[in-house]
Ligand binder design. Structure first.
Ligand SMILES: [Fe+2]
Length: 253
């Protein structure tokens, strides 16, 4: 990783590195995802638990080892400018399916930010299936992680109204912003970005899978969203090493 890449992250909210999971782990994660997905679909998840994280933890060890690789953890520390990070959120599967399970007409995630200028985080996203323009690619609005949420939301609202598609004030915004980047994520690349940057997806018109894995590193004191899912799924986490528990946010700061 170069200083220029880190600068690009801070200014625009993202950069790319070659696939950070590794060839062997990709094959194993792909295979295990197919093995667990039927069971995952049927599972009853406790209220409020993140199902996407549940699937991530069900895939288990090959994915954990990729997330824990020292060079990847060091990259996260360097980007965030801290000596310690923990994994505070993760997910596997088709996020567009999960978010758009509210009966909306098109399978598409609306503009939103998972965090704001005050939330420091770095997320790694790797596709198991290429996210072509027909496969609901992630769309990122560069630099919006630096701007007040209300300001960006208003801008996206105005862009949405300008489409002329609405009779009433729209609640969710999908319209193309002139400065957005459509990320056609190929498994050969990993997106390193901050979900504090506003993002949406394109419409999924293609049949077939749209699987991706993502996990977020946070500085000390940062979010620990998926601890409940970890403890729910991973047997024997109590016996993990101190170092591993710390990295997964299982120890108090
Ligand atoms: Fe999001």
């Amino acid at each position: 990783m170069t200083d220029q890449q880190v600068e690009h992250f801070h200014r625009n909210g993202f950069f790319f590195v070659p696939n950070a999971v590794g060839e062997d782990a990709m094959v194993e994660v792909d295979w295990r995802q197919r093995m667990v997905s039927a069971e995952w679909e049927k599972m009853q998840w406790p209220e409020g638990m993140n199902r996407g994280a549940g699937q991530f933890f069900m895939v288990g060890e090959p994915l954990f080892l990729a997330v824990e690789r020292p060079e990847i953890v060091d990259m996260a520390k360097q980007v965030l400018g801290v000596d310690e990070v923990h994994i505070g959120a993760c997910g596997l599967g088709d996020a567009s399916k999960i978010v758009s399970a509210d009966g909306r007409l098109l399978q598409q995630v609306h503009w939103h930010a998972d965090g704001g200028p005050d939330v420091k985080q770095v997320s790694l996203r790797t596709a198991l299936d290429r996210h072509d323009p027909s496969n609901a690619p992630l769309r990122v609005l560069p630099g919006t992680h630096l701007r007040p949420r209300d300001e960006v939301m208003e801008e996206l609202r105005q862009v949405e109204i300008a489409t002329g598609r609405h009779n009433e004030m729209p609640e969710h915004f999908f319209a193309k912003h002139p400065h957005e980047i459509e990320v056609v994520l190929d498994p050969r690349w990993t997106l390193v970005w901050t979900p504090s940057c506003w993002h949406a997806t394109g419409v999924k018109t293609a049949a077939g899978p749209r699987r991706a894995m993502a996990w977020n590193y946070f500085p000390p004191g940062g979010r620990k969203r998926d601890l409940a899912a970890l403890k729910h799924v991973v047997e024997g986490w109590e016996d993990w090493s101190e170092e591993r528990k710390r990295l997964w946010g299982l120890l108090d700061d």
